[in-house]
Design a protein around this ligand. Structure first.
Ligand code: GDD
Ligand code: MN
Length: 365
């Protein structure tokens, strides 16, 4: 294997599945760009077994170029392959690009140079900035698809081309990432969000259609993308989505509360019926908050969490009960339901704060 140096400055990671025809053209072109830095670079092809001669090809090319192959076994997948490549890479700067000649190797030096500016967290090859573009032969469907996917990513990152699969990032930035979950196609977006990239530099590129072979982007991958975006929203706006879920569960709890109150009032005086209804609703809320809102803490012991949940809710429940009873016995004598609703609202704020801080405080990674 011909290495430029023992400590290459740049590692170009190329995920490849059935791309032998493309790689034979791409690798020499990429190798040529690695001279842009004194430290040179290495090329890592991350290959999922497809028996198309990629292994032999990389071995042959390895005689003349600094390329090596990482062979993956098990579940194939683009994001997983890229992450595996980052683990194998030795360079300080990691560049990721497709194998199918869509991404211009000639832009690698620009991506790398963009990171010379310390304030830039990530550099991407962008199709949608001045000077960038795609081949006209993009079908209506693919163009529309790409547009919708781009729009969906808007709340996550404020850039023109969040779908970019051609990018450069410092190893240190990547290593600081939390909870990377490499499902699906958009590893770039995952990194932009989870590495907390504030400043993303868009380098214009002209995106070509692949020359050989076919795209691996299936309908299933596109569905996964929707899921991926939702998950990233959950990550980025974690406090808001968590509170929203808590309120959703609480909403169903209100129904349980009022329904049981309505039934219990046929048997018990209001003071007692209200207490029992609150307890029933509280147990209902516990089950769903544990399963859904705070599911990251679902490994904890149920009895312990139930006691803690009830304890946390006790303040809210007493508040709920107190306000309901006070109102129904004074200014709202003929409106027991409205008294109850006022109690519920007052209790909710307390319950959320106490449970998030205390009952379900264990975070899983
Ligand atoms: N190792 C490995 N395993 N590589 C894979 C796998 C896999 O399961 N699936 C896809 N790849 C590789 C392909 O061989 C190719 O090099 C690259 O990932 C992109 O796959 P394509 O099938 O060519 O995807 P695309 O052209 O639809 O999507 C590209 O364009 C998007 C922008 O429109 C990708 O670059 C996306 O990342 C990019 O966002
Ligand atoms: Mn492609």
């Amino acid at each position: 294997m011909a290495h430029e140096s023992d400590h290459p400055e740049i590692s170009v990671i190329i995920p490849a599945y059935k791309e032998a025809d493309n790689l034979s053209h791409l690798i020499p072109q990429v190798a040529q760009q690695l001279h842009c830095r004194d430290g040179g670079g290495e090329i890592i092809v991350v290959y999922d077994e497809s028996g198309d001669g990629t292994v032999e090809l990389c071995r042959d090319l390895g005689a003349s170029y600094p390329v090596r192959i990482v062979r993956r076994k098990g579940k194939r997948g683009l994001s997983r392959a890229v992450l595996r490549g980052t683990q194998e890479a030795c360079g300080k700067i990691l560049v990721v690009m497709d194998a199918d000649l869509s991404h211009p190797p000639a832009r690698i030096p620009d991506l790398v140079a963009a990171l010379d500016d310390e304030t830039v967290d990530m550099a991407i090859g962008s199709r949608y900035v001045e000077g960038g573009g795609t081949e006209d032969t993009w079908g209506v469907l693919r163009a529309l698809n790409s547009r919708i996917a781009t729009l969906m990513a808007r709340p996550l990152v404020d850039i023109a081309d969040p779908m970019a699969g051609f990018f450069a990032i410092r190893r240190t930035t990547l290593e600081a990432a939390e909870r990377l979950n490499p499902v699906g196609y958009k590893i770039g977006l995952e990194l932009m969000v989870k590495c907390h990239c504030q400043n993303i530099k868009e380098v214009p590129i002209y995106f070509r259609n692949r020359k050989f072979g076919e795209s691996k982007l299936t309908f299933g991958e596109q569905l996964k993308y929707v899921w991926h975006v939702l998950r990233l929203m959950d990550y980025k706006y974690e406090r808001w989505t968590c509170f929203l879920k808590f309120c959703l569960v609480g909403g169903t709890g209100v129904a349980v509360d009022l329904l049981s109150l309505w039934m219990l009032l046929k048997l018990l005086p209001f003071v007692l019926a209200r207490a029992v209804a609150i307890w029933l609703a509280m147990s209902w809320n516990f089950i769903w908050n544990r399963k859904f809102t705070f599911n990251y803490a679902s490994a904890g012991s149920i009895p312990r969490q139930y006691v803690m949940f009830c304890g946390s809710c006790a303040v809210g429940a007493v508040l709920n009960w107190g306000i309901s009873v006070a109102l129904s016995s004074t200014i709202m004598v003929s409106y027991p339901m409205i008294s109850a609703i006022a109690g519920i609202i007052a209790g909710t704020g307390f319950n959320y704060a106490f449970n998030r801080k205390w009952t379900f405080s264990v975070k899983k990674d």
